[in-house]
Design a protein around this ligand. Structure first.
Ligand code: PLP
Length: 388
């Protein structure tokens, strides 16, 4: 089947670009002596996860137990929930999966950890957990630099229903703008990357000094796509980073391009849309409407983006269409302005690199895998809608 025969809007994955991204990240992991445990929230696809494992990934990351179920049902046997997992409904699902796979999850509060321990102990089980650490992002996790955080690790270590295997962090602030004018975006991400691994090693080393844990078999898990771009492993007091968990890198997107983490050529995902309407405004600006709106693109923006995705003039070369901006989205429409007028006509098809590939994939039932103009495969988004 040719791309032209696909119904729009739909999501295309350029197989060669995707494979290159998968292999580049695996190489990065291998060169730094860490295991790659990709975050599958980016694609939620069994077939894509299989490619990641075949290329050398050591296991998978998910956020929610229902996602873990999809991957365990498909035969994956080592899944980490990089998420503070709370609630008996969740722990029940984890417990059931523990018979079939190695499953671990995060804890970051005494009440959450205590309740999890009580639950698993009452079922004569011990669940593998990692303490989530906040490296400065400000989302979940115990602060990396407080003594109370060290006490929390000791508390978790001693809980009878839990088995502590390490510490885990996510430097989500690698997506934030530079802190001051003199800092470039690449320098800002490099700063966060150095802090992400440095803070974790420093925290681990303090845990050792207090006699809480030792470096042997102690897992230190980090990662976001921007911070891993600048990651270089190191060792402190016998500890080293053992695992990275980037997700977005398989697709990259307009945000990663704006952050200088990826080039347009590395963006493997595009949204195929049709121009459904065209109007001249009289100020030399053409208004076009695409058949993809918020429900396809989401309204995510990000540092350095201009609009809601980047339209391509030449999709195979990933060349952006000059003067065209997706200035707005309603549920089913993409609003485009082309200054100086557009050669696009009603019925023409356009490929768009989305701002945030992970949320785009999550809303599709399937992804169309392409080589040049041909659809060579279809991957189901198996864990679509798995939010619990
Ligand atoms: N780990 C956790 C806990 C995350 O929340 C995320 C992303 O949201 C990742 C890893 C992967 O980050 P990225 O999508 O930047 O690769």
């Amino acid at each position: 089947m040719l791309i032209d025969e696909l119904p729009t809007p739909c999501v295309l994955i350029d197989r060669q670009r995707l494979l290159r991204n998968v292999r580049d990240m695996q190489k990065k992991a291998d060169e730094n002596g860490v295991r790659l445990r990709p975050h599958t929230k980016t694609h939620k696809s069994v077939q894509l996860a299989s490619i990641q494992i075949d290329e050398g990934a050591a296991g998978l990351t998910v956020a929610k137990p229902s996602e873990a179920e999809v991957f365990v049902d498909a035969g994956f046997d080592d899944i980490r929930l990089a998420y503070s997992t709370v609630g008996e409904d969740k722990w029940h699902r984890v417990l059931k999966l523990m018979d079939r796979a190695r499953i671990s999850f995060c804890v970051d509060t005494p009440e959450g950890a205590q309740a999890a321990s009580d639950f698993f102990q009452s079922h004569n089980a011990k669940a593998e957990v990692l303490v989530e650490v906040d490296p400065g992002y400000g989302r979940c996790g115990v602060p990396w630099n407080r003594h109370t955080s060290e006490d929390f690790v000791a508390f978790v270590r001693d809980l009878p229903g839990l088995s502590l295997s390490g510490i885990l962090t996510h430097a989500g602030h690698s997506y934030k703008p530079p802190e001051h004018e003199a800092e470039s975006i690449s320098d800002a991400i490099r700063r966060v990357a150095i802090e992400e691994s440095g803070h974790m090693l420093s925290f681990a080393s303090r845990l050792k000094k207090k006699g809480i844990v030792g470096p042997e078999n102690f897992e230190i898990s980090i990662g976001s796509t921007p911070s891993i771009r600048h990651f270089e492993n190191s060792t402190r007091d016998g500890f080293t980073i053992t695992e990275i968990r980037p997700g977005n890198y398989v697709f990259h997107d307009a945000v990663q391009q704006a952050l200088s983490v990826a080039s347009w050529d590395q963006c493997s995902m595009t949204v195929l849309t049709t121009v459904t309407s065209k109007h001249r405004t009289g100020k030399g600006v053409d208004k076009l409407f695409l058949d993809a709106g918020k429900k396809v693109f989401t309204s995510d923006t990000g540092y350095g983006t201009s609009g809601y995705g980047v339209m391509l003039y030449n999709p195979s070369r990933r060349q952006p269409l000059p003067h065209a901006r997706i200035t707005g989205l309603s549920e089913e429409h993409g609003w485009v302005q082309v200054s100086g007028g557009s050669t696009l006509a009603v019925g023409d098809r356009v490929q768009v690199v989305p701002n945030h590939a992970c949320v785009v994939a999550a809303q599709q039932a399937r992804l169309f895998v392409i080589e040049n103009d041909t659809v060579v495969d279809t991957w189901n988004v198996d864990a679509r809608g798995c939010l619990v």
